[in-house]
Design a binder for this molecule. Structure first.
Ligand code: ASP
Length: 381
């Protein structure tokens, strides 16, 4: 019989009604009581590192989840993480970068309705996830939700209420789950060779900036001191406005001269960016050698930038800075629903010019390497 570790983190699946609204309160072992059928195909152990609405989950929690899985990796055939749906796509993408080359499945699931309601998607999603985590062909990080398995880097929450909340963006579903059966559309476990690789560092100082008509570069001017990277959600296939008192052009120069990462992406969900099509994109891309996310999701883009920056800093500048994601114990905010603003203060970029070039080349290599199906349109391989 397969052994699965269930890691419960809160979310709607474990929520109940309180005077202040829905909040996580169902314990991990109680979740399992609703899906007893699992006992016919797997044995489950439980961990509950925190219990949060996923609105309160960010980099330090992703690092904690990866750490737990690394610690327990040898003892289980698969892992299921119960998680709120709101930031599930970010967690799935982050874990895809923190846990690479895993022959064992790491499944993330949740639901639109609490598990203890008479009509809910929670029981199907949890049972499907345990089944997927017990399957010999399953591997790597996937979201299992609404009858689909979606690569952890390709998922997006596209519906706030319906049971089919998640879509796979610019990539097919990995598998379909129905009536206890799994049909794999992407059946590539045999291509995974070598041991699983776990990473322990993220740089949280990444800004996601959505353009809107009328915005100029002054927003980047003001935010310059606080971030090491910006992902710009441009319009269409990509470009930057040329108007305003503080043009984007000047600010992109300021950021890139300082060794910060400027990553171009699109606010259009499907089909991706292609900065070279229009003059508003091509010139600025060429002048500053800008990178772009192409067909990646925004969730994957942001977390991959955090991960790649974290690795560059760890390897190129050993010991120079400590990851804010690792700097304070989780317990401080576990179960409290409170954020800890002081803990969010991260590092600031401070490389010399030579180091800067090496950093940015290494960053480019890491970012343009396909991980867990995250990018099809462009790679350096
Ligand atoms: N607010 C909830 C959460 O993300 C929503 C859900 O789980 O569906 O934790």
């Amino acid at each position: 019989m397969k052994k699965v570790l269930l890691i419960a983190t809160g979310g709607t699946i474990a929520s109940g009604y309180t005077e202040e609204g829905l909040a996580p309160k169902i314990a991990a072992e109680d979740l399992l009581q609703y899906v007893e059928e699992y006992k016919t195909f797997c044995q489950v152990d439980i961990l509950q590192p925190f219990s949060l609405d996923s609105t309160n989950i960010y980099a330090r929690h992703w690092l904690k989840l990866a750490e737990l899985i690394e610690e327990q990796y040898a003892c289980y055939d698969g892992f299921v993480i119960c998680h709120g749906t709101d930031t599930m796509a970010f967690t799935a993408a982050a874990l895809s970068y923190l846990i690479q080359n895993s022959k064992k499945p790491v499944v993330i699931t949740g639901s639109q309705k609490p598990i203890n309601l008479p009509v809910t998607d929670a029981r199907t999603n949890l049972l499907d996830s345990l089944r997927f985590a017990s399957h010999d062909r399953a591997h790597g990080v996937n979201i299992v939700f609404g009858g689909n398995a979606i690569a952890g880097t390709r998922a997006k929450k596209e519906r706030s209420k319906s049971y089919n909340a998640f879509s796979s963006i610019n990539y097919p579903n990995v598998a379909a789950l129905c009536d206890g059966k799994i049909v794999f559309y992407i059946d590539d476990r045999d291509r995974v060779t070598g041991p699983a690789v776990f990473y322990h560092t993220l740089n949280e100082k990444v800004l996601l900036l959505k353009l809107m008509p009328g915005m100029d570069g002054s927003v980047l001017q003001r935010l310059f001191p606080y971030y090491d990277a910006v992902v710009i959600e441009a319009f269409g296939v990509g470009g930057l406005p040329e108007y305003g008192q503080v043009p984007f052009y000047t600010e992109i120069r300021r950021w890139t001269d300082a060794g910060k990462i400027v990553m171009m992406a699109t606010q259009v969900t499907h089909e991706g960016s292609d900065m070279e099509v229009y003059k508003v994109g091509r010139i600025i891309k060429e002048d500053f050698h800008l990178m772009e996310a192409y067909d990646m999701t925004l969730e994957a883009t942001v977390t991959k930038v955090m991960w790649a920056l974290g690795q560059v800093e760890e390897q190129e500048l050993p010991g120079k800075r400590k990851s804010p994601g690792q700097s304070e114990p989780l317990e401080e905010q576990e179960n409290s629903g409170q954020s800890a603003p002081a803990a969010r203060q991260g590092r600031s970029g401070s490389c010399g010019l030579v180091e800067q070039r090496a950093c940015s080349e290494q960053f480019r290599r890491l970012f343009y390497k396909t991980v867990n199906h995250d990018m099809l349109l462009y790679t350096l391989e």
